[in-house]
Design a protein around this ligand. Structure first.
Ligand code: 13P
Length: 248
């Protein structure tokens, strides 16, 4: 039985006061018996999360990291640094990193491997653009994104990652994929992995992301291959995010 994960991706949002308020709200209102809860915060707030969440079941992670353990990589963070500040997860390959910052499948795969090597769980984001969906190549795009990672880490190690399927057209647009659309792609990803390892396919958690709201979460999470959600905008609102966790 795969446990549900509900993750908050705050992206580049928040200030000291807002983060303090969100953390207080999360600690008071999130039911961590329902699901594993993970917060991806901007790096400068991670020490604050480390302190505030020390006695909480809420886990947290970085939104990005570099592949190398240290050195001349101005502006980057290592996985060892994230780990030292208590991060158990790191986002890898978010569509905003792929499109705005030009991260390739190869770089995403290298980051996934570096995270596994460092003992930080990579949450691997994949997803198709609107044009790709309209061309009917969604399954091809997402399975190629998964295969690029398998090529580097091997299929067995995929069981130690979490996959987040985030259709690019549904991110920040208010257009959630229907629960049926999400299930269809999640099932296709799982079937693709199963051809290489049935055991890994059964074990790996696949989250859905893209305009998830409290009102849509229960239907999404009820689908057999949807193991939780990666939530952007709605994770900056305590009540709304608590509603999503409660739907798990
Ligand atoms: P929204 O929930 O704001 O659409 O963002 C989804 C996302 O990109 C989470 O990583």
């Amino acid at each position: 039985m795969r446990r549900t994960i509900v993750a908050a991706n705050w992206k580049m949002n928040g200030d000291k006061a807002e983060v303090a308020e969100l953390l207080n709200g999360f600690k008071a209102q999130l039911d961590t018996n329902k699901a594993d809860v993970v917060v991806f915060a901007p790096a400068v707030f991670l020490p604050k999360l480390e302190t505030e969440l020390a006695d909480s079941a809420i886990q947290f992670g970085g939104q990005n990291a570099w592949t190398e353990p240290k050195g001349a990589f101005t502006g980057e963070l290592s996985l060892g640094m994230l780990k030292e500040f208590g991060c158990t997860y790191v986002l890898v390959g978010h569509s905003e990193r792929r499109t705005i910052f030009g991260e390739s499948d190869e770089l995403v795969a290298a980051k996934t491997k570096a995270a596994l090597d460092a003992g930080v769980t990579p949450m691997l984001c994949i997803g198709e653009t609107l044009e790709e969906r309209e061309e009917g190549v969604t399954e091809k795009v997402v399975t190629e994104q998964v295969q690029a990672v398998i090529d580097v880490i091997g299929v067995e190690a995929l069981a130690d990652t979490v996959i987040a399927y985030e259709p690019v057209w549904a991110i920040g647009t208010g257009k959630t994929a229907t629960a049926e659309q999400a299930q269809e792609v999640h099932a296709a990803i799982r079937a693709f992995i199963a051809k290489q390892s049935a055991e890994v396919a059964e074990k790996v958690q696949i989250l859905y992301g893209g305009s998830v709201k409290a009102a849509s979460a229960a239907e999404l999470f009820a689908k057999p291959d949807v193991d939780g959600g990666l939530v952007g905008g709605a994770s900056l609102l305590v009540e709304e995010f608590a509603g999503i966790v409660a739907a798990a």
